[in-house]
Design a protein around this ligand. Structure first.
Ligand code: SAM
Length: 278
């Protein structure tokens, strides 16, 4: 009998992946956590029925959410990742020589434990307890309220705006992010699909623009996510992503998707996306 796993991306649309086996299935205080082995995407992390990451295409998302903002800031030393329990974003952050401390605040310890066991390629920096890493299991929203003037770059590697991630897409949260950043700091957040989450993108763009002098959206192709095209939004106090010095990006940076040309071209937007962020 064939096994299929379907993520319902909207009320009327699903992505179905044929599965070899379920490697893990459990429930934390926050969500249902599963790891399945699929034919096309390899091992996948699934939270509350939503595909989070896969061995097949994880490098695209993790490289794009980490390197684009970290090369906009000229000298990021203190970096915070909110969420990102699979460890892929932290794996990319610690590649930056300027980064001295890479904090990570993930609400769900079970996601971290399961990723360490079943997704070692992604969670390598967690597994090795990388010397730059400071891992805290806790609520990113609460953490942000307690911190002032601390970080150069904050990376919000969150799940969808439902369940524990809901409060990460609010004006109140962006106000705390602004406060937690240094005077020249910037942040990035994964901001979903330009096809299926248009109202969300309009709202969060307005919220971020009301606080930060510079707001920029960039795009990347990610097969696992709804519509295959994914948004990231940067709010910056001083540095304009469109003026990043690409000479700082080492030609031999260990990446499979990201490079100097992508750093610039990812900000080129189709007209319908320009409309969304106008
Ligand atoms: N790449 C993924 C995507 O876009 O689908 C995101 C992956 S990562 C697994 C998302 C993580 O955010 C989850 O592990 C979830 O537990 C965590 N998360 C959700 N709400 C959070 C909060 N309030 N504070 C900290 N972490 C949170």
């Amino acid at each position: 009998m064939e096994l299929w796993y379907t993520e319902y991306q909207t009320k009327n649309l699903g992505l179905a992946a044929r599965i070899k086996e379920t490697l893990y299935s459990g429930k934390s205080d926050f969500q249902e956590v599963a790891v399945v082995e699929s034919y096309e995407f390899g091992r996948m992390l699934v939270l509350d029925g939503v595909f989070q990451t896969s061995i097949f295409d994880e490098y695209i998302y993790h490289e794009m959410i980490a390197h684009v903002p970290l090369f906009v800031h000229p000298n990021p030393k203190n970096v915070l990742v909110i969420g990102g329990g699979d460890g892929g974003t932290i794996r990319e952050v610690v590649k930056h020589q300027s980064v001295e401390v890479a904090e990570m605040v993930e609400i769900d310890g079970l996601v971290v434990e399961v990723s360490k066991k079943y997704l070692p390629e992604i969670s390598s920096a967690l597994n090795s307890n990388h010397p730059k890493l400071r891992l805290k299991i806790g609520d990113g929203i609460k953490h942000m309220k307690e911190v002032t003037d601390k970080y150069d770059v904050i990376i919000v590697d969150c799940s969808d705006p439902i369940g524990p991630g809901e409060g990460l897409f609010t004006h109140e949260f962006y106000t705390s992010v602004y406060k937690a950043l240094k005077p020249d700091g910037l942040f990035v957040q994964q901001t979903e699909s330009p096809f299926y989450h248009q109202e969300l993108i309009r709202q969060l763009t307005a919220d971020i623009t009301s606080l930060f002098p510079i707001t920029r959206l960039y795009l990347s192709s990610i097969p696992l996510y709804p519509g295959g095209l994914h948004c990231f939004t940067i709010g910056s106090k001083q540095y304009d992503p469109l003026k990043a010095d690409i000479e700082r990006i080492p030609a031999n940076l260990d990446t499979r998707y990201y490079n100097r040309e992508i750093q610039q071209s990812c900000f080129a937007l189709p007209n319908f996306v320009k409309e969304l962020v106008k």
